[in-house]
Design a protein around this ligand. Structure first.
Ligand SMILES: [Zn+2]
Length: 441
């Protein structure tokens, strides 16, 4: 009688297998990708796989191979006497509109003697392979970074990170500032949490750096990154408020700059100082004092030449020497630069590699050297989102500043630094004349 019973059981298993396969197939038809069905029967085990029929080939992702390996591992743990069904399919997980993860999931259905049906008891999922949904391929550095200006921006982030990570940053400062530029040929590896960049040939003894996406967020296509690895957008400036940024060039000067920062401190205002490297070198303590006052420190070249009249090598030296002087005084590299006389062209902007900050209100303090005239010109020419140009080396500016601020306050202006005014959306190869006026170079 044993024989008959087994036959009957076999029939019931076969019937349930058919039901299960129909159900699985039905589920599979809902998948966004077209698939084929492959069924293999070995004694008590049925293996079903749904290789996608349309996806382009992706490096390091072979559905059939992954399926075979996974199934083999799961098969080993099964009792050959128990009826079982293994189903392998491609699971697509959308993290953003552009970012999808492909993973192979293998489900194990085991025969239940009591209820006489198959129950899913286990799912084994392989490591997700992240795909650019637009191309259907692995994400490349060019997909992620897109523009050369972003490569330049990332270069600056890397330089500051290398210095932050160093036991003694001063020992590597020259190497870091002279680090060759990243290019589209620079090997970079996209991973879920960070971008791993192979550093260009250098004497630092460091070959790669891992960049968390939040650190390079302004310079990447954020819809190619899982949202959990990004910083949520910060509170934007209030569209109903009027903002201005006070900027001071050519300092620091031991005579007039202390007066200026005292007035700013009294008024509770943060400004942006475009420093000359040679003056920083002579006044490192004063530079540190400006920095510690919460002001933004920026580069205005080392010795104030017009960038359009000197060689690219000379421009590079002006930038690097100033970065070095400011870093030695404060531990921070300046992120932005105002070229002397506002003189910049495509070639020099590329050499500079930082966002270029111009102005749209010229106090003419360098020309009039007269407190009343400075007050008048600022009061009359300011507009919302303005960047006001002044010079902290001018005694008349120190004299005028208190009243300049009072006049702006009377017109309901709020005072912000350049970073705040432009909400950190500043890119190399671009110049900014005000909150609402940015131009390509
Ligand atoms: Zn200047």
């Amino acid at each position: 009688m044993q024989f008959v019973e087994n036959k009957q059981l076999e029939k019931r298993v076969a019937k349930q297998t058919t039901l299960l396969l129909n159900q699985v197939k039905h589920e599979q038809e809902k998948n966004e990708l077209a698939t084929e069905e492959k069924v293999t029967k070995k004694a008590n085990l049925v293996e079903v796989s749904y290789p996608p029929s349309e996806i382009p080939s992706i490096d390091g992702f072979d559905f059939d191979q992954i399926t075979q390996e996974s199934m083999k591992k799961m098969e080993k743990k099964l009792n050959p006497k128990d009826p079982a069904v293994l189903v392998s399919h491609l699971a697509i997980n959308h993290y953003t509109e552009q970012l999808a993860a492909y993973e192979v999931a293998v489900d194990l259905y085991l025969w239940q003697n009591k209820s006489e049906e198959f129950i899913k008891t286990k799912t084994k999922t392989t490591k997700p392979v992240l795909i650019n949904h637009s191309t259907g391929q692995l994400i490349t550095s060019q997909d992620l970074i897109k523009k050369e200006e972003n490569l330049l921006g990332i270069q600056q982030v890397i330089q500051q990170m290398l210095l932050d990570q160093a036991a003694d940053p001063n020992l590597i400062l020259d190497e870091v500032l002279n680090l060759p530029r990243l290019s589209w040929d620079t090997p970079m590896t996209y991973t879920e949490e960070q971008l791993v960049v192979q550093l260009p040939q250098n004497k630092l003894g460091q070959t790669t750096i891992a960049l968390p996406y939040a650190k390079i967020q302004p310079f990447i296509q954020t819809d190619l990154v899982k949202p959990e690895y990004l910083i949520p957008p910060t509170q934007a400036l209030d569209a109903n408020q009027k903002y201005v940024a006070l900027t001071f060039d050519d300092g620091p000067s031991p005579v007039t700059t202390p007066k200026i920062i005292q007035i700013l401190a009294n008024k509770g205002i943060k400004a942006t100082f475009f420093l000359l490297g040679q003056n920083v070198k002579e006044n490192p303590e004063l530079t540190k004092q400006i920095f510690e006052g919460g002001h933004e420190l920026a580069s205005h070249s080392y010795s104030h030449p017009s960038f359009n009249t000197i060689s690219k090598e000379a421009v590079k030296k002006e930038v690097i020497d100033t970065d070095k002087a400011i870093f030695e005084a404060t531990g921070c590299l300046p992120k932005i630069l105002r070229p002397p006389y506002g003189a910049v062209n495509t070639d020099t902007a590329k050499v500079v590699g930082k966002p270029i900050i111009q102005w749209n209100v010229d106090s003419l303090d360098w020309k009039t050297k007269n407190s009343a005239a400075i007050q008048k010109v600022v009061k009359n020419s300011v507009a919302s989102g303005g960047i006001i140009l002044m010079h902290d080396i001018q005694p008349a500016t120190a004299e005028a500043l208190d009243q300049v601020i009072n006049d702006l306050k009377a017109q309901n202006y709020q005072f912000v630094t350049i970073q705040e005014l432009l909400e950190q959306k500043m890119y190399p190869m671009h110049q900014y004349f005000g909150q609402f006026d940015q131009r390509n170079i």
